[in-house]
Design a protein around this ligand. Structure first.
Ligand code: 5GP
Ligand code: ZN
Length: 123
């Protein structure tokens, strides 16, 4: 991880606008520093996105200070998967980083996918 610091909010970022409430969002789970909501274009029967409330472009932009936040995101994603009944059947967590991975929204997010047999990559 690098030593760069991040802005906390980008007014041009769709996910930041969800955090502030400028863009309405129906949260499936929210904590003081994370937000989980359903993907607008689901790639599986269950498809939730989990984000830090703070604007960070991608996992590659996270700093040493973000180690706890990364852990919190995974922890909360696991809780969401449990609450949505995904644990018995299994589920997948994906984070696309940068252009080669197809990252479209430049605010760190974890895709939580499940509810059916997933097969190869989806996001
Ligand atoms: P990426 O390709 O960046 O890893 O994934 C971005 C995801 O955000 C896509 O799965 C896309 O469907 C989702 N998405 C983009 N805009 C919105 C939105 O306005 N609302 C919701 N709920 N999801 C969005
Ligand atoms: Zn953002």
């Amino acid at each position: 991880m690098t030593a760069r610091r991040n802005e906390t909010h980008d007014p041009d970022c769709i996910f930041c606008r969800m955090v502030t409430g400028e863009t309405p969002v129906e949260a499936v789970y929210e904590s003081t520093d994370t937000l989980f909501f359903r993907d607008i274009s689901p790639k599986a029967k269950v498809h939730v996105l989990g984000i830090p409330k703070r604007h960070i472009v991608s996992l590659a932009h996270m700093t040493d200070d973000d180690q706890l936040l990364i852990g919190k995101l995974i922890h909360d994603a696991t809780k969401v998967a449990r609450d949505l009944g995904l644990v018995a059947g299994g589920y997948r967590i994906i984070s696309n980083v940068g252009d080669d991975a197809g990252q479209v929204v430049k605010h760190v997010h974890f895709h939580v996918l499940g509810g059916e047999r997933l097969g190869p990559m989806r996001c």
